[in-house]
Design a protein around this ligand. Structure first.
Ligand code: TRP
Length: 453
């Protein structure tokens, strides 16, 4: 079985070297492994929770999309999309909202931290807290559960969110599992429960001041800074005050750690020697700049081209959304029906109704009746019903019969007619009065087969 791996990237800020080494590079490498099916998306609805400047949201989303592609994410191999293009995500968010315990959300770290800050400041506990912040874990659960993801690679700070997704998913399964199995004819559970995947080996890079590189410390080096800017930033990294000629520690040195993240093992070893031999900080930084620039240059070039052609990016992301929705549309259909929100009957299933657009070919249509059973009918190009299958317990049973009719045409029909007689019309019934004759049915099946060939 292929493992389905999914991760979201909140589209705030500009990607930096720490994001690259700690998240982008390992995620792209993992997406190339055999036996995995990867979903990567821009969590742009999540971005609205933290940022309210539309221009910045738009800019960051474009930059982050271009960054991942420039860094080698292959949209043919993975499914790469924008959260906001998948309407099933907010739909599922609501279904989950209605089963999520409020008490669970009260315990979310980000919300609790905001409340604690307010308490300390003597404010109302919910001062400045939006319902969006509060609901963050539910939206994230929908991101994950809408795709049946098994593994979710995230940083440690996100583990709680994955556990909440499991919790909420489990509750949905418990409440609606039976209804879902009845509605869809599928076995198992409606929602797959995900696991967090924490990569311990991944580097956290130090920033300019030696603390973890992070936007919140304002100590970052943008991944695609122009060479002059990159050089300036590298030269400003804090070091100890050892003079040239004095041996230097690699341990705890931001210059060394950054170098190592972009160097081969051999190059890192050489740098270790140079530190022991007392390389001057200026020289060490010069080497660091050269190494990073060399590693980044080809990607920077790609990035510039992508950002300059947003139409191409748009195309890639829309194609990604199309692929993504092949998963989410059928899933949500089943979940909505499980929750009692399905159609009363499929359009066209009611007496006298006509298809909105005249079909050019005969078609087999599947639908569900109020009795909860699964039906199908063969209609000709004008929408007249030629043949009707009566009441199956599951869409699978109906589907198998339809597949046979399509595959074997008249042969299957003859056999089924006999069975139908035997089963007193239980399985397939040729319509009585205004039904076209068997010849018309055979004709339609043939036309369909030819039309599809
Ligand atoms: N909350 C995640 C972060 O800040 C981003 C994210 C949103 C995400 N939806 C997700 C990650 C779904 C994994 C799966 O890093």
């Amino acid at each position: 079985m292929t493992v389905r791996v999914l991760t979201g990237i909140t589209t705030t800020g500009t990607p930096h070297l720490g994001n690259y080494a700690g998240a982008i590079r390992p995620a792209i490498a993992a997406s190339r492994a055999p036996g995995v099916e990867s979903f990567f998306f821009l969590a742009d609805y999540h971005a609205l929770i933290k940022a309210d400047d539309p221009r910045r949201v738009a800019r960051s989303r474009l930059e982050i999309a271009a960054t991942w592609l420039a860094c080698g994410l292959d949209p043919e191999k993975v499914t790469f999309y924008r959260q906001s293009d998948i309407v099933e995500i907010p739909q599922l968010t609501w279904l989950l909202t209605c089963v999520a315990a409020k008490g669970l959300l009260n315990r979310a770290h980000a919300y609790k931290a905001a409340v604690d800050r307010n308490r300390e400041a003597g404010e109302d506990p919910d001062f400045g807290v939006t319902a969006g912040l509060y609901m963050y874990p539910v939206l994230m659960a929908a991101d994950i559960l809408a795709f049946g993801a098994h593994k979710v690679p995230v940083g440690r700070d996100q583990i709680q969110h994955i556990e909440m997704a499991r919790d909420i998913g489990q509750r949905f399964n418990h409440l609606y599992g039976d209804a879902w199995r009845a509605a869809t004819g599928q076995a198992g559970e409606p929602l797959a429960l995900p696991e967090a995947q924490i990569d311990e080996s991944v580097a956290t890079l130090p920033g300019l001041d030696g603390r973890k590189m992070s936007k919140s410390y304002d100590n970052t080096i943008p991944l695609f800074a122009a060479p002059a800017e990159l050089k300036k930033l590298v030269m400003s990294i804090v070091t100890d005050s050892r003079a040239p000629g004095e041996a230097k520690d690699t341990e705890g040195s931001a210059v060394f750690q950054l170098y190592q993240a972009f160097a081969t093992a051999h190059q890192a070893q050489e740098m270790r020697h140079a530190f022991a031999e007392g390389i001057g900080w200026g020289d060490a930084k010069q080497r660091l700049f050269a190494r990073v620039d060399e590693a980044v240059a080809p990607m920077r070039e790609q990035y510039a081209q992508l950002v300059a052609r947003p139409a191409r990016l748009e195309e890639i992301l829309l194609e990604g959304a199309r692929k993504a929705r092949e998963v989410t549309v059928p899933l949500l259909d089943g979940l909505q029906r499980a929750a009692g929100l399905g159609a009363f009957a499929a359009p066209g299933a009611t007496a006298g109704a006509r298809p909105a657009v005249a079909a050019k070919l005969p078609q087999i249509k599947q639908y569900r009746e109020a009795d909860g059973r699964f039906h199908f009918k063969l209609v000709d190009a004008e929408g007249r019903v030629l043949l009707q299958g009566a009441g199956f317990d599951s869409p699978r049973e109906a589907g198998q019969l339809i597949a046979r009719l399509k595959r074997e045409g008249a042969d299957a029909l003859h056999e089924m007619e006999q069975r139908a007689v035997g089963l007193a019309g239980e399985r397939v019934g040729v319509l009585g009065e205004d039904a076209a004759g068997v010849a018309a049915i055979i004709d339609a099946l043939r036309l369909m087969a030819e039309g599809q060939a």
